[in-house]
Design a binder for this molecule. Structure first.
Ligand code: G4P
Length: 311
């Protein structure tokens, strides 16, 4: 499953963010606690890794109510290994947790606080991580629409919070950048990528594979299964039989089973489940780098061949 990412979009977003950066003291990057790597902001990652971004970053890990608490703890430690990064796990269901970000902003910009100046924080996040919900909670009023298709903020929005912190909402939509195919699946499973862009079957098979290996107890309990089958398809069919997803002639309606699995995951009725761990990502990053290297090599070889032909 490929997800379109147009380099032009990233370039534009990067340019706008770069222009706005000198005017802020820090960045609040809202991410989904279930997929802290896959939901991270590609522009920020690029600025931090390749362009010497020197502003502190608060990784606001939202939706912890849906994530595995142990894995969230692992992520906090892992993310804070990066210089200038603070991780703050929160759920929008507990506004008092979200409000802690204000104190953290002030702590990270003491030079502004000492001068009694407002701390300026740029807030950003890929669609659906809960950025609008967080902005509304922090400001105590409805500023951003929640749950809609991603809204395009045309100009940078300035939101003054009463506690000496000003938020700058970034313009444009920051789509995720996906070099890692696993990330596309995880974004789709959580609903960050809308259903029109994907096949339910495809992502449900991926989800079932992962859940069987990592959260088998949750599956057994939820679907009242005696055991998980060796083949993913067989387990999905077993769920179909239990849930009465049958077509005429008694065949299993696999489409329906796949939808049930994904919807139960998204609504957390399967339990608190994270879709990636730091350890998994470390491995995947090596694989992605290797694929990239092979791709570059092939590209260079093709170019060489064309050059030779032209001579
Ligand atoms: P965005 O601006 O980053 O695109 O995200 P937005 O705030 O619109 O939130 C996307 C969805 O995530 C919304 O649900 C919102 O209610 C939900 N959400 C935000 N924070 C949390 C959280 O901490 N925990 C959980 N469980 N959900 C959260 P929706 O169903 O799309 O809209 P609605 O029905 O809530 O209006």
């Amino acid at each position: 499953m490929a997800i379109q990412w147009y380099p032009g979009h990233m370039h534009k977003a990067q340019k706008e963010i770069k222009q706005a950066l000198p005017g802020v003291d820090l960045i609040i990057e809202v991410i989904d606690a279930r997929i802290p790597y896959s939901s991270a902001n590609p522009v920020i990652a690029d600025l931090a890794n390749n362009q010497g971004l020197s502003k502190p970053i608060i990784k606001l890990m939202n939706k912890t109510d849906l994530a595995d608490p142990q894995v969230t703890q692992q992520w906090c430690k892992y993310l804070e290994l990066q210089q200038g990064v603070k991780a703050l796990p929160v759920t929008a269901h507990k506004p008092e947790q979200v409000k802690k970000v204000i104190g953290l902003c002030r702590k990270l910009a003491p030079h502004r606080v000492e001068k009694e100046l407002s701390v300026r924080a740029m807030i950003m996040g890929i669609p659906n991580v809960g950025k609008s919900t967080i902005i509304n909670l922090l400001s105590g009023r409805i500023i951003a629409k929640v749950g809609n298709e991603p809204a395009v903020t045309q100009r940078q929005q300035r939101i003054d919070l009463s506690e000496g912190v000003t938020l700058f909402d970034t313009p444009g939509i920051l789509w995720p950048k996906i070099d890692n195919q696993n990330s596309s699946y995880r974004l789709a499973i959580t609903g960050a990528i809308k259903d029109t862009a994907l096949e339910y079957d495809d992502i449900a098979f991926y989800a079932m594979d992962y859940l069987s290996k990592n959260y088998s107890k949750h599956l057994l309990e939820k679907f009242k299964l005696d055991k998980l089958e060796e083949q993913t398809l067989d387990t999905l069919e077993a769920i179909g039989r239990i849930r009465g997803c049958l077509r005429t002639g008694g065949r299993i309606d696999l489409d329906k089973v796949c939808k049930i699995l994904i919807n139960e995951y998204r609504s957390a009725s399967l339990g608190e489940i994270s879709l990636e761990t730091p350890e998994m990502i470390e491995k995947e990053l090596i694989e992605v780098a290797e694929l990239q290297r092979v791709k570059e090599e092939k590209k260079a070889a093709r170019k060489n061949k064309i050059k030779k032909k032209k001579r």
